[in-house]
Design a protein. Structure first.
Length: 312
């Protein structure tokens, strides 16, 4: 049971929320303060776990149930000690890689499982203090690890990534990496360098990947992304100067990049993800699924291609 116990992720949030709803006491502030208390108070957290709901993971894969074209993420109360195969049989599910299942989960489960997996992965990779080399100790909530010998506290981290939809006023620029599913194009993405502002990261990534200079940019939204190690995706719209639109693809980073018309993109947005090969051997053009922030950015542009954008 040890490996499974280590991988339980507690969903106390949900159980507690419904409890408060029943009593009409629920406010965002009350819930937030309660969760903050659980992070610091091991005894309060242990008590909450007795009535909490858990997602179950094995080797970072969540236990899911397949239902037609969807995956369901069942929650459990504290479980008896069982090995993986018995656990799957008992709970009528299987441990499935999150990458495979993410886009077939509902929004709430996808978000909680992504958070859970990122946190479990961080704990797995931070077993030892980088200063003393001693094993670190997790608190009950899993919100930090402490080195017992020098008291250094380690908090879970995520990496900022910018994702930018570049437009020239009438068309938008989409690109693909060779690792993307065949035919899928997306907005430009890249890790922020240390010391950079969001605006600087957007300008650098666009210049590095497609050889264009951003003239104006506008923040759109952000999203936690669990792969590869927990990223905060920060999504922006950007424009380049009219007449300065010649793409120079950086082939070390991208397989292809091109300008797409409003009609082409609007049509692709209406389609499901067709990863089938056409008779001529090509794969049809398609866009990231609804849950991905890239999809939201592209949808925003299709709905309002000339939205006001600030100078970069
Ligand atoms: N394009 C999309 O639609 C999309 C959507 C969702 C998520 N993402 C994510 O955005 C992330 C960044 O995109 P990218 O791969 O184009 O980044 P990128 O353009 O910065 O290129 C990746 C390269 O940058 C280097 N690098 C610099 N800092 C790094 C760091 N902190 N971690 C890892 N590598 C680092 C590595 O050499 C790596 O090979 C990817 O991990 C991807 O999962 C992209
Ligand atoms: Mg990139």
């Amino acid at each position: 049971m040890k490996d499974l116990t280590m991988s339980l992720y507690c969903g106390i949030t949900r159980r507690r929320k419904s409890f408060w709803c029943c009593r009409l006491l629920s406010t965002y502030v009350t819930k937030t303060r309660y969760l903050s208390e659980l992070k610091e108070d091991d005894d309060a957290c242990k008590k909450a776990q007795q009535t909490g709901a858990f997602y179950l993971f094995h080797n970072l894969a969540p236990l899911l149930q397949k239902s037609e074209h969807q995956y369901l993420a069942p929650q459990h109360s504290l479980l008896a000690s069982l090995q993986k195969p018995e656990m799957e049989t008992e709970l009528k599910g299987s441990f499935i890689g999150l990458r495979k299942a993410l886009f077939q989960l509902n929004v709430k489960d996808a978000s909680l499982l992504s958070t859970a997996q990122a946190l479990l992965r961080w704990h797995d990779a931070h077993q030892f203090c980088s200063r003393s080399g001693q094993p670190t100790k997790k608190n009950v909530a899993g919100s930090k690890r402490v080195c017992p010998s020098n008291k250094i506290i380690y908090y879970p981290q995520m990496t900022p990534v910018v994702i930018t939809l570049v437009s020239d006023g009438t068309r938008c620029l989409l690109a693909r990496q060779s690792s993307f599913p065949k035919g899928m194009y997306s907005a430009l993405a890249g890790f922020c360098d240390i010391g950079e502002s969001l605006e600087e990261a957007v300008r650098r990534e666009v210049a590095e990947e497609v050889g264009l200079e951003v003239e104006r940019l506008q923040y759109s939204a952000s999203q936690h992304w669990p792969f590869p190690n927990g990223a905060l995706m920060i999504a922006c719209h950007a424009t380049v100067k009219p007449g300065q639109t010649e793409i120079q693809v950086n082939l070390r980073e991208l397989e292809a990049a091109a300008w797409f018309s409003h009609d082409e993109v609007a049509t692709a947005l209406r389609k499901d993800n067709p990863s089938y090969q056409q008779q001529n051997g090509a794969f049809p053009f398609w866009l990231p699924p609804k849950l991905a922030i890239a999809h939201q950015l592209i949808k925003e542009w299709v709905e309002k291609p000339t939205c006001s954008i600030l100078p970069a």
